[in-house]
Design a protein around this ligand. Sequence first.
Ligand code: SF4
Length: 200
Amino acid sequence: MVDGNVERVMSRLYAVETPLPAAKAELKALAGELVTGRRPGDWAQALMDLGATVCTPRAPKCAACPWASMCAARAARAPETYPRKAAKPARPERHGAVFVLQRGARVWQVRRPDKGLLGGMAGLPTTEWREAAFDEASALAQAPVAAAWNRLGAVRHVFTHFALTLDVYAAKGAPPNDGWWGDVSALPTVFRKATDLGTQ
Ligand code: SF4
């Protein structure tokens, strides 16, 4: 049986460069090569115990380890860098524009579609959110109403599955048909960032 403790010990003992989880089969094979024919169950238990108590994820107690003299990771003075871990894939970037139509301390709000991110919540009117950034003309083509929109800058918000950059356009004037004048405190954080920029 090869658990996370055993994987850690094997990866350090042999300085295995293959990152987890791809390295699992390789680490299992290395552990299998070391197992003795006598009392293999005890050997496996001892190896797990070694990983749990001596070859710990942080600050391994190498001075107390029976494999200290033959451990490649210790020789490289880098035991904590093993097992190698695969780099996380970059978080996708999305772009859009958001429209802050202001009347006094209130802003024009819309109900977001029920399905999707922030579904059914109050929001500011936006363009679609897409991979490519918007230029001003393409952003204003999706504005909720014709107005003298001023681009005030951009805000960025990181969601779990993507990062969103919204160009913020602000104006004063008549609202579109759908929506309501509301207090900014009712808005999700990503839109409050835009109102912080758009209502100054
Ligand atoms: S010498 Fe250190 S890093 Fe190497 S197996 Fe032992 S405790 Fe782990």
